[in-house]
Design a protein around this ligand. Structure first.
Ligand SMILES: Nc1ncnc2c1ncn2[C@@H]1O[C@H](COP(=O)(O)OP(=O)(O)OP(=O)(O)O)[C@@H](O)[C@H]1O
Ligand SMILES: [Mg+2]
Length: 272
């Protein structure tokens, strides 16, 4: 099949709460999806954590995703910024559109432009058909960058820390999607919520984690809540070397992400 005839599924990972496991979820899902088809990771967070985990710690000499959303003459094509992860040979199946702090300046530059919520969607157009999956990371707060990440996607996954703050972030994210829909934007289908950093003490789930997951189910009864990702220092270690949990042989820890990837494949089939 010629490369350009692929059907591209775009998945955004977003939650209006810091440290909720968004970038970790992107790393794990994108790596799994790259086993099924060619995958582009779009780092759309000025913190650039994902770019750093994938080996791009200094982007001062490189163009980044920021330049692909600028107005008119300053804008460059996304194909000019895509790079392979430096720290892992994945046979060209996993690629990165990197980001750094310059994305904040780009957000300011587009703030008064018409259609500013859809500049990432426009930037991705030339590579639709080149990839099977595009997975977008997003910043933790409400704003133009988060709207762009969500509105560029077909599907949305919301990682949520198992705390009160996490639950509030997930609920705010669902409300944001509803608000965007009411404003007649084409919004992604919410695939579900991934409770992350689920804390256990020995064989017992902590009361805080248990309460957070119960609160999610109660507040969002119509949304799929996937099984949780346990809190583990292994996750921090694998993130820092840009490995997914599966690549590190951590099957039990990765099981929630496997579940999400399977749900996505099912939803994509149903969508076609
Ligand atoms: N299951 C887990 N167990 C332990 N640590 C985790 C787990 N998931 C993520 N972390 C760690 O928690 C921190 C926050 O995770 P991550 O960066 O994925 O969240 P985020 O939502 O992208 O954060 P931000 O809002 O800052 O972008 C990171 O240091 C990460 O390594
Ligand atoms: Mg992040």
């Amino acid at each position: 099949m010629p490369e350009s005839s692929r059907t591209t599924t775009v998945l955004a990972i977003s939650c209006l709460s810091g440290g909720s496991g968004k970038s970790t979820t992107v790393l794990n899902l994108a790596t799994m999806l790259s086993e099924k088809g060619k995958t582009l990771v779009v780092d759309f967070d000025p913190q650039g954590n994902l770019s750093q985990w994938l080996g791009w710690t200094d982007l001062s000499e490189s163009a980044t995703i920021a330049e692909t959303i600028l107005p008119d003459t300053d804008r460059i094509k996304i194909t000019d910024i895509i790079k392979p992860p430096t720290n892992e040979e994945r046979s060209g199946r996993l690629l990165l559109a990197p980001s750094d702090y310059s994305l904040s300046r780009a957000a300011d530059a587009i703030a008064m432009e018409p259609g500013r919520e859809r500049f990432l969607k426009r930037a991705l157009k030339p590579v639709l058909g080149d990839y099977d999956f595009i997975v977008i990371d997003s910043p933790p707060s409400k704003g133009i960058l988060t709207y762009n990440a969500i509105l560029a996607a077909d599907f949305l996954v919301i990682p949520t820390e198992c705390t009160n703050k996490g639950v509030m972030g997930a609920v705010s994210t669902v409300i944001l999607v509803k608000e965007l829909e009411e404003l007649d934007f084409d919004v992604p289908k919410i695939l579900g919520i991934v409770p992350t950093r689920d804390q256990w003490a020995g064989a017992n789930q902590t009361r805080m984690s248990k309460a957070a997951i119960a609160a999610l189910k109660e507040a969002l009864p119509d949304i799929q809540i996937f099984s949780s990702v346990r809190q583990s220092t292994t996750v921090q270690q694998t993130n820092h070397v840009g490995w997914s949990l599966l690549e590190a042989g951590e099957r039990a820890l990765a099981s929630s992400y496997v579940e999400v990837a399977e749900a996505l494949m099912k939803a994509v089939k149903a969508h076609v």
